[in-house]
Design a protein. Structure first.
Length: 148
């Protein structure tokens, strides 16, 4: 018998918690759940990072999915984002069903970017303010998957 295993969250490192919260909450409909400022130790040990960290972890929810935004206040951890390609190993993107046109017209207002060259009519990619890929799919796609 397999022991019970449940999904917890996905972590996303950001440079500015307030900016990231605004993007995910006001643009994409996530809801604030909680925010913590854990101590540097044992957080540094768990994350494999040298202190000081001055880390903040903010948890947002959308339809049972939990997104953890991690920001580091210590100068040593103020790392600029690096553009990643979709074929690099590791997590590549988040996918959200929404009114694509409505969201795309407001992405820049929230510090993100619409990747117009990815627009295939039924889906498009955007980047959040820290460069994270977010795939936008129509609400009908979510309904289609739910009916399967």
């Amino acid at each position: 018998m397999t022991p019970k295993i449940v999904f917890n969250h996905i972590g996303h490192c950001v440079r500015d918690i307030a900016r990231a919260r605004r993007f995910y909450e006001e643009l994409l409909g996530f809801e604030f759940w909680r925010q913590i400022d854990p101590p540097d130790d044992p957080s540094g040990q768990l994350l494999g990072l040298q202190g000081p960290l001055a880390m903040t972890a903010c948890y947002l929810r959308l339809d049972g999915f939990v997104l953890e935004l991690l920001a580091y206040g210590a100068d040593a951890h103020a790392v600029e984002p690096v553009a990643r390609a979709m074929d690099e190993p590791g997590l590549t993107h988040l996918s959200i069903s929404c009114d694509i046109e409505s969201v795309c017209t407001r992405v820049a207002d929230f510090g993100g970017e619409v990747l117009h060259d990815t627009n295939i009519g039924s889906a498009v990619f955007i980047r959040d303010p820290d460069g994270q890929f977010v795939e936008l799919l129509p609400l009908t796609y979510a309904d289609y998957v739910a009916s399967r």
